[in-house]
Design a protein around this ligand. Structure first.
Ligand code: ADP
Ligand code: MG
Length: 498
């Protein structure tokens, strides 16, 4: 429908191997994101997830005769907010159209959507792809074609009864934003990074919860292949992919399938396909010939939406700090690109980090959050929302290191204890005698004993100063790891080298 323009320079790093030569993937995504709002797009029924079947259905959602849709202003506001968050053009006039088709879970017989005049026009999403082995990210700009508002349909259930199908209309009429990318994506990693970034922007904005497992966000994935830098190929569209991992698998399968066909001299039929996550393959659903004619026309029950500048500016002024801005700020505050990118990649990471970093060194905090906490959560298969260690507790551990009460090494043990048993880090250190020995008398006694027992080593250290590490190790062992390493080093230098 829209004119295809290639804005990318072919990058061999992205090429996909074939039998004869390398290929370039071209990917465009249509993401459906459920608007965060209490009520549906054109009715007052609740949008709560997991409610009893058909309990959130108004007469409008059930399409009873004579019912009229009334626009939910909050959904409009959320769509404008999302457009601004993608640095997109807000169209001051947009129109709702009827997209006509029959389906048992669509009682109206049409979906209200926006085809010709969407609420949001062109925008950009800046994506960080990576990190590579050197910890570096590549920055890629992916164009957004448009964002429009539309209604979700109900859900048919074919597995509840041997001879009957049922329909649940709870989702019928829920507001969706369809966010259509330009065909600017060139690899599986870029596609994943794009969806991850889009989801994170939506979560920062609070305009969609981004929960793909609950169906709040899902993607139609358009894939074609071509000779690097050549003309765009014919695309296939894989419908309704509901996880980032599945999307990667679907693109990979689809790219291989298309390349095989082309390398055998065949051609690609434009068609709609479905991804089967169990068999990890895509299957044809309908070809272009079977495509519906939706007979779009403006919905006569709804007036066009019209905004003035003041409305748009008021929403712009309410925007929170977005991931790109936060990332730049974190880097200004001394974090590496790697740390900053990881921390902003998920709103919950950034929120947690900022709570701990308040009044503490940001680099040390970033290390603990990324390496220790996220590492441990990852290993345990948990996410940050149900972390066994609160920001307050992690902050407590960091404070104890800063105050020289415990060494970095003991801090790792303390982290384990708090993770497994909970409790106040300072109290644990006190109760279990984990505090560092800073009493120089006790450390000196240990050092004297070790020096006396190892005159040969003492001679060695005088030759090769680096060998002092051996003594540090001995003293630490003798004090159960609790000696203050700084004090140990100073005392050793004094005693061995005078
Ligand atoms: P339609 O409305 O028929 O689905 P659009 O022009 O709106 O067509 O495009 C839908 C999606 O397909 C967009 O995300 C677009 O970027 C993508 N797309 C278009 N052409 C190609 C192509 N040759 N290869 C991959 N994706 C494509
Ligand atoms: Mg499409």
């Amino acid at each position: 429908m829209t004119e295809l323009v290639d804005v990318r320079t072919p990058n061999p790093k992205n090429f996909f191997p074939g039998e004869d030569h390398d290929w370039e993937l071209v990917i465009g995504l249509e993401v459906h994101a459920q608007v965060t709002s209490n009520a549906k797009l054109f009715s007052g029924a609740s949008t709560a997830f997991g409610s009893e079947q058909n309990s959130n259905v108004s007469l409008v959602d059930a399409a009873m005769p004579g019912m009229l849709p009334v626009i939910n202003e909050e959904c409009v506001r959320q769509a404008v907010k999302t457009g601004l968050g993608m640095s997109a053009v807000i169209n001051k006039r947009s129109v709702f159209d009827r997209k006509n088709y029959f389906y048992p879970d669509l009682p109206q017989g049409y979906q209200i959507s926006q085809l010709y005049h969407p609420i949001v026009g062109e925008g950009t999403i800046t994506v960080q792809v990576g990190p590579d082995k050197a910890g570096k990210f590549e920055t890629v700009e992916i164009g957004v074609e448009r964002l429009h508002l539309e209604q979700d349909a109900g859900k048919s259930m074919h597995d509840q009864h041997p001879t009957m199908s049922f329909v649940d209309l709870n989702r019928s009429g829920v507001a969706l934003m369809e966010i259509v990318s330009k065909p600017d994506i060139r690899s599986i990693d870029e596609a994943k990074a794009y969806v991850t970034k889009l989801r994170s922007i939506l979560r920062y904005l609070g305009t969609c919860d981004g929960n793909m497992d609950q169906g709040s966000m899902r993607a139609d994935v358009n894939v074609s292949v071509r000779k690097p830098g050549g003309d765009f190929g014919t695309r296939c569209e894989i419908k309704n992919v509901n996880s980032i991992r599945f999307m990667g698998q679907a693109i990979e399968y689809e790219a291989k399938r298309q390349i095989d066909i082309l390398e055998e001299g065949g051609s690609i039929d434009q068609e709609t396909r479905l991804f089967d996550p169990v068999k990890v393959e895509t299957r044809s659903m309908r070809s272009k010939e079977e495509a519906h004619d939706y007979r779009y026309f403006p919905d006569p029950d709804l007036l066009p939406l019209e905004f003035d500048d003041a409305y748009i500016e008021e929403i712009r002024a309410s925007l929170p700090e977005l991931p790109d801005q936060k990332r730049a700020r974190f880097m200004e505050e001394g974090l590496s690109e790697y740390d900053a990118s990881i921390l902003v990649s998920d709103k919950s990471y950034a929120d947690y980090f900022e709570k701990v970093a308040e009044g503490r060194d940001s680099k040390t905090t970033a290390n603990w959050v990324i390496n220790d906490l996220l590492g441990a959560l990852n290993k345990a298969g948990k996410d940050l929302d149900n972390s066994p260690i609160s920001p307050h507790q992690l902050g407590g551990i960091i404070d104890l290191i800063k105050a020289d009460t415990i060494s970095g090494k003991i801090a790792k043990d303390l982290f384990e204890i708090v993770w497994n048993e909970g409790g106040d880090p300072a109290k644990i250190v006190e109760d279990r005698g984990m505090a560092q020995v800073t009493d120089t008398g006790a450390i000196e006694a240990a050092i004297d004993e070790i020096i006396a027992a190892n005159p040969d080593k003492v001679a060695e250290v005088r030759e090769k100063p680096k060998m002092i590490g051996w003594f540090v190790g001995q003293v630490m062992a003798a004090t159960g790891g609790k000696a203050n390493p700084k004090a140990v080093n100073e005392l050793l230098q004094k005693k061995i080298n005078g």
